[in-house]
Design a protein around this ligand. Sequence first.
Ligand SMILES: Nc1ncnc2c1ncn2[C@@H]1O[C@H](COP(=O)(O)OP(=O)(O)OP(=O)(O)O)[C@@H](O)[C@H]1O
Ligand SMILES: [Mg+2]
Length: 433
Amino acid sequence: MSAKFNIGERSGYAGVPLVFRLFLFFGFIVIALVFVYYTQNVVGQLKSNSLRMVNLSIKLLQVELSQETSGEATGVIFDEIIAPTEIPIIITDRNNEPLFFRNIQGLDTNAVTDENREKLMERIELMNEKYGRFPIKHIDQATGTETIINYFYYGDPQLIRQLQAMPFIEIGIVAAFLLLGYIGYRNIKRSEQHFIWVGMAKETAHQLGTPISSLMGWLEILNIWYDEEKKAGVDEEELSQIEDVSQQMTRDIERLQKIANRFSQIGSRPALKSADLNKVIEDVVEYFRERLPYQGKGITISFMPGQIESVRINSELIGWVIENLVKNSLEACDPMAGRIMIATSMSQDKKTVIAEFGDNGKGIPAGGHNKIFHPGFTSKKRGWGLGLSLAKRIIEEYHDGHIGVKSSVPNRETIIQFSLPVEKNGIKEDQKA
Ligand SMILES: Nc1ncnc2c1ncn2[C@@H]1O[C@H](COP(=O)(O)OP(=O)(O)OP(=O)(O)O)[C@@H](O)[C@H]1O
Ligand SMILES: [Mg+2]
């Protein structure tokens, strides 16, 4: 038996198609890059405008402060030139003590007071870190000597700060929309799948109903003939042959009825009853053991029932899960040396019953542990990849349990296990049904 694990996905896999996911992902990256690039560009232009404005203001102040005249023009430079630009500026004396400022957020006066001095000092530090300080010099007309009399600090206008935050806000909004779209699309796909799945199951159950009832009728006729022939004293050997055929047919019809019943339970909430999981497993194991001579001559199936509490289950559906697990193990094992080991036990906290299905087959690679439960996931030529997704649905949706791959070492031991919550005490028999 080849150990190659060549998983394929049939069309109809319930997830969102890879192409669509890639499209969303790369679309998002492109949109984000365009946003960032565009705003960075605008911010860059605004910043160079600010710098030009600052340089102009410094030059004007320098000229003004170089004059021996009063500082009348300084007020005009501040209020007519700097204030409308919304560029925050602070001018200090040569000892870094704030003297004038404009456009500093959170300060409503234009005068340096004891209260706002600390805040101004903080802003000075930030402005210095970002753009440095610009000295305003007094140039002695006569001697030409320069003395620093003030420092000029500036920061980003509020508009720039808001613009810098823009791409992140926009990216956030786009991401939220994409996420909503993705979830919506996935939910639509899921409910569509659910609808098809349930519809097919119910239709199959319905269609099987008619031939099954008809077969039961034929069987009844066969049994009447048998009784008549017996009374008429027909040959013993012939009688036992008819009896044999009748018994085989009864079993097959019962099996067909079971299948139809299982299908009809999918979709609506199945009725749960208190049951012994060991008994349900035993029945399935018995069913497979009888068929082993045809399916795999060298395969053995062993079952070690543990001391477990009763569980509230739909035995028909859980029986279906067990069948799927055993069938998968049979298909994974070498027909001449396969070993399938099933065991039940209580979880450590005694809250769940655990059933383990082990085999020494070809195993499941680590990357496939979750994927094998997706509908349509199969590594088999003739598989549909439905067995485990059905098992997951039955265990997790209908029984509040859990199913997963416990461990897998190729050709040694692969264990798939499910757990079911134990029946809670205090539930009356009539509530259980
Ligand atoms: N015991 C196991 N050992 C190795 N691989 C397994 C085992 N059980 C499941 N798998 C892998 O998981 C895949 C999905 O299993 P699933 O029962 O859902 O579908 P399938 O057996 O391929 O087809 P279907 O059950 O519909 O006939 C299988 O194709 C197989 O590759
Ligand atoms: Mg299967």
